[in-house]
Design a binder for this molecule. Structure first.
Ligand code: SAM
Length: 217
């Protein structure tokens, strides 16, 4: 997402330390930022935040964390959180590569990846948010029965992600090859999803887990 540079963005984000972490103040203690022990769901690369703020408004008993590295974009998430006076969402302005600095092992119940940058060139494969180094980070922070929900319009990234996750040893509990033509359930569209769906693009979606539930009944 290319957003016009906003020279005031950092100062604005810094005005709300109760909502935004910009200097890794919550290293290893991000869950203590909330004054309850509700489950934590995160969105990596949340863009302008339509998806996660809608979820937060609908589910007050879940704690949400939006992770977005671009300050010029994060200000749009902060606007939405303030306008709706949402108390169950926090914003981490940082790169996903440092997620393990914030979370303890298995602290997160769900990870959303929506319309992640596809990085189509082979030399940029490592930047894809489903490259194995990122899966390694997600596995560290995700609860054993936690899951990843992934949506994209990009067929190449979808195919790559299915392969990368399956090679990592993950398994899929849901795969939709044309989300908007199938039963969408309670699908919440993101800003990118609106844009691509309007153009007639097909939207792909899947849910994945790291470990088979080995509990014996
Ligand atoms: N999820 C939003 C949507 O669907 O409308 C935004 C999609 S946009 C294509 C991808 C976003 O992910 C951008 O805002 C970008 O800055 C962010 N992003 C990409 N790589 C990231 C990373 N490694 N860590 C944090 N944010 C990242």
């Amino acid at each position: 997402m290319r957003m016009r540079h906003k020279p005031w963005a950092e100062d604005y984000l810094r005005e709300y330390p109760d909502i935004v972490d910009i200097d890794c103040q919550h290293a290893q203690s991000v869950s203590q930022w909330f004054d309850n022990d509700h489950p934590i769901h995160i969105e990596v690369g949340s863009g302008m935040g339509q998806f996660i703020t809608t979820l937060a408004a609908r589910h007050p008993h879940i704690n949400y964390i939006a992770i977005e590295r671009d300050k010029n974009v994060m200000v749009r998430v902060l606007d939405k959180v303030r306008a709706q006076q949402l108390s169950n969402i926090k914003l981490l302005c940082n790169d996903a590569v440092v997620l393990t600095d914030y979370f303890l092992p298995h602290e997160v119940a769900r990870i959303y990846l929506n319309f992640s940058d596809p990085w189509p060139k082979t030399r940029h494969t490592k930047r894809r948010l489903t490259y194995h180094t990122f899966l390694n980070i997600y596995e560290y922070i995700l609860a054993t029965d936690g899951d990843i929900h992934f949506k994209t319009d990009n067929r190449g990234l979808f195919a790559y992600s299915l392969e990368s996750m399956s090679q990592y040893g993950m398994y899929f509990t849901k795969i939709n090859l044309n989300l908007h033509e199938e039963d969408e359930g309670d699908n919440i569209p993101t800003e990118y999803e609106h844009k691509f769906a309007e153009k007639g693009s097909r939207i792909y979606r899947m849910e994945a887990k790291f470990h088979t539930n080995t509990k014996k009944s």
